[in-house]
Design a protein. Structure first.
Length: 133
């Protein structure tokens, strides 16, 4: 598995913890550094994702909510919500990641952590957002 995929998966675990309020936003940077999961490059990449999502959370959630038909963001599975946030962050705020790559990575990770239904749901929402970007 590549550094970026591993970093995204690690970032998803921290976004999940933040969403559950297991960790506080103010503490998450220290938690990532302390955990020592993965290589230094993986942790650095994951930390960039997590902090980027959390700094831009209101705007990211607004974009996602706009494209949820008959759903509310808070009712989504936390894994799906985290993957949507991560992908939208990369699509909107990280010029180094092509939007299609962000979408495809979210789908692959979604298949691994959420199954085929999750992947289809993510694809529908992210494809709509991709066409807006």
């Amino acid at each position: 598995m590549g550094i970026r995929r591993e970093g995204r998966e690690l970032a998803l675990t921290y976004l999940y913890q933040l969403d559950l309020q297991v960790e506080r936003q103010e503490d998450i940077e220290a938690v990532i550094d302390k955990d020592r999961v993965g290589s230094e490059r993986v942790r650095r990449f994951a930390k960039e994702r997590v902090l980027g999502v959390w700094r831009n959370l209101a705007e990211i959630d607004k974009v996602i909510s706009k494209h949820l038909l008959h759903w509310k963001l808070e009712r989504l599975a936390r894994t799906d919500r985290g993957l949507l946030r991560l992908a939208v962050y990369e699509m909107r705020f990280d010029p180094e990641v092509p939007a299609k790559v962000a979408l495809n990575e979210a789908l692959e990770i979604g298949r691994k952590f959420g199954g085929e239904e999750s992947s289809r749901f993510l694809n529908g929402v992210l494809d709509a957002i991709l066409h807006e970007v």
